[in-house]
Design a binder for this molecule. Structure first.
Ligand SMILES: CC(C)(COP(=O)(O)OP(=O)(O)OC[C@H]1O[C@@H](n2cnc3c(N)ncnc32)[C@H](O)[C@@H]1OP(=O)(O)O)[C@@H](O)C(=O)NCCC(=O)NCCS
Length: 185
């Protein structure tokens, strides 16, 4: 059962001993520390680059602060931000869809944290934002992310061939999606 606490515009969803919550200004040091990792940046878009410093963290949190609705969140322990998860909302005919993105600090990998975060934010997107469909497109060089999506109930719909140029290499993306349970099509 999803446990959501909303205090005005503040959001906090418990994930066992971790949580999904709004980014805060005092997350800048932990964001700059954990995001500064080429093993993370290589799987993300170029906006999340390596090296990643304090100024990048400040700019990101300032950007998120202006979002309405807020759709980029921190994954956090009791003491610091340890990752991020967000929904890029579609527009026009895609306005009931979103694209999911996420990353986790390397010391926390392979403990099931992101699988829980993805399940939780997908349900939140369907319930709170009224989304019909949530997709994600990990590069085919990222089997850990594909596994997370499969464990979180996303279906593999196909391969987007040569759809990305990352760090000078042409890559394929794997298209995964989950559709709201009550939709029949
Ligand atoms: C991908 C990422 C989010 C996974 O987070 P996580 O909390 O470690 O994920 P989980 O622990 O929930 O699940 C990871 C699964 O991948 C598997 N896995 C890990 N490395 C793998 C690899 N090289 N090949 C195949 N499977 C792998 C794990 O064994 C686990 O599956 P299992 O439970 O069946 O054993 C994290 O590694 C990360 O932030 N990577 C860099 C950024 C990124 O890739 N973001 C996603 C962009 S689409």
């Amino acid at each position: 059962m999803l446990k959501v606490v909303r205090l005005g515009s503040v959001m906090k969803i418990k994930l066992g001993q971790y949580m999904i919550r709004d980014w805060q200004r005092d997350d800048v040091p932990s964001l700059a520390k954990h995001a500064n990792n080429s093993l993370i940046a290589m799987h993300l878009r170029d906006g999340f680059h390596h090296p990643y410093g304090r100024a990048d963290a400040e700019a990101f949190i300032e950007l998120v602060d202006k979002q309405d609705p807020k759709v980029f969140f921190a994954i956090a322990s009791q003491t610091e931000a340890i990752g991020g998860i967000g929904l890029g909302l579609g527009i026009d005919v895609h306005r009931f869809t979103a694209e999911l993105g996420y990353w986790l600090a390397e010391p926390y990998w392979n403990r099931g944290i992101m699988t829980e975060a993805v399940k939780t934010i997908a349900q939140w997107g369907f319930d709170r934002l009224g989304l019909n469909r949530i997709s994600a497109t990990p590069y085919t060089t990222n089997p850990a992310s594909a596994r997370v999506l499969e464990k979180a109930g996303f279906e593999r719909e196909g391969i987007l061939r040569a759809s990305v140029v990352k760090e000078g290499r042409i890559l394929n993306q794997c298209l995964y999606a989950r559709v709201r349970e009550d939709i029949d099509c």
